[in-house]
Design a protein around this ligand. Structure first.
Ligand code: MLT
Length: 406
């Protein structure tokens, strides 16, 4: 009989958001009359911007004509999109178009990027953390054994109320560090000074930062860096990931990109320098045939003047939801962070486990949250509310929250 990959057997039984969806489905089955407001997974609710729809339709029409039909595109993405990304998202950051790899999602990019590193690399993750960084490295065999909620070979960087949910630098050697800012799940942002400390650390220790900036569009504070490449030296030590999912409603359409500067070097077994860009290019060429043309055309339309105005409106809409949620939670006497430069509100629920609070909210208010413990040990005692919802649902959720017994 064919043997299963033993590393997969090290995974927790199911993926957090699948687990939540199953619990909610079971609850709805038992209470079909109950209206449920889903504020768990951060999935967008508002329609695609008109500029993106029009560009996508035009691209489909091109594919319908022999003269303009296109087959396989470049696996790393069309030049028109890579150029637009560089001009708009990385102006003055010293990034060139051929350092951009367009893909069908940051979830998969953040999971797949591990393939270019040695299987023995030591991984540092923040706790709480987006579960994909952990699970993908468990699948790759880097985790060691599960010990309670943690794995023996990972280095966990605690993000707690005491440190303002900004973890300290690792106190032991690590090779790969996953950082996500604005943070999922805590909604915290990182200052230029703090990010500089991370970049300096990574250069000194020859570690690589995988910088997930999927929520950067929600930052309004001008002091907060938008890209890690605004920090001197980051080109030598950081890979940045961004997504069109949340800024432009692409969670179902699927488009994202990863930036790998050519200056970023890994080492082979003899210590010779190896280009991370070349490895990823090689991996992309083998395993990916490119994001579909209509989707890339729609993504490029985000950068048109109309697209920029429309996504700005979407971001403001969700951030007003976040403001309403923060206000409601604070009125309940709970402490929270996030929701100011990020679409997630991270709430402390003292005296209760986060799964108990999840059940309490579901049973008594019909609201689905994400229990903090699902993001790691330090998430215990917290829940996350997502601001991605209709205004009607947010207003209703705010009313229902007033009735929740803490
Ligand atoms: C979340 O809710 O954390 C995100 O929607 C998950 C994701 O983007 O994959």
């Amino acid at each position: 009989m064919a043997r299963a990959n033993p590393h997969f057997l090290n995974l927790k039984s199911s993926y957090l958001f699948v687990d939540i969806a199953q619990r909610v489905a079971a609850y709805q089955k038992a209470h079909p009359e109950r209206s449920i407001i889903k504020m768990g997974i951060g999935d967008v609710t508002e329609p695609l911007p008109a500029a993106c729809r029009e560009a996508m339709k035009a691209a489909i029409d091109e594919l319908g004509s022999k003269a303009t039909f296109r087959g396989y595109g470049p696996s790393e993405g069309y030049g028109f999109l890579r150029d637009a990304i560089v001009e708009n998202d990385f102006a003055n950051c010293g990034i060139s178009s051929d350092e951009i790899f367009v893909s069908d999602g940051s979830k998969q990019d953040s999971a797949n990027i591990g393939e270019i590193f040695d299987a023995s690399a030591t991984v540092a993750v923040t706790d709480p953390v987006y579960p994909v960084y952990v699970d993908s490295n468990v699948m790759a065999g880097r985790s060691g054994d599960a010990e309670g909620d943690r794995y023996s070979n990972f280095v966990y960087l605690d993000s707690t109320p005491e440190n303002g949910y900004l973890p300290a630098l690792p106190s032991e050697p690590v090779d790969i560090i996953y950082l996500c800012f604005p943070n999922n799940p805590t909604g915290t942002v990182i200052s230029r000074e703090k990010l500089t400390e991370w970049v300096n650390y990574a250069r000194r220790e020859k570690a690589v930062i995988i910088y997930d900036a999927a929520y950067v569009a929600f930052v309004s504070d001008p002091e907060i860096p938008r890209s890690i490449y605004e920090i001197e030296g980051a080109h030598e030590c950081a890979i940045e990931m961004r997504s069109f999912s949340k800024i432009a409603g692409f969670t179902g359409v699927r488009c994202a990109y990863t930036v790998i500067p050519k200056a970023l070097k890994l080492a082979d077994a003899e210590g010779n320098e190896i280009s991370a860009h070349q490895l990823w290019n090689r991996r992309h060429g083998t395993k990916f045939n490119g994001t579909s043309y209509p989707v890339q055309a729609a993504a490029a339309a985000v950068y048109s003047p109309e697209g920029q105005a429309q996504v700005k409106e979407l971001v403001s809409f969700y951030m007003e939801n976040a403001r309403l949620l923060r206000e409601a939670v604070t009125a309940l006497g709970l402490s929270c962070v996030g929701g100011e430069n990020a679409p997630y509100v991270w709430i402390q629920v003292p005296g209760k486990s986060s799964w108990d609070f999840f059940d309490n909210l579901l049973n008594n208010a019909g609201i689905v949250c994400t229990p903090g413990a699902g993001f790691g040990t330090c998430g215990e005692g917290h829940i996350r509310l997502s601001a991605f919802n209709s205004r009607e649902n947010v207003i209703e959720a705010v009313e229902r929250l007033k009735t929740v017994e803490l």
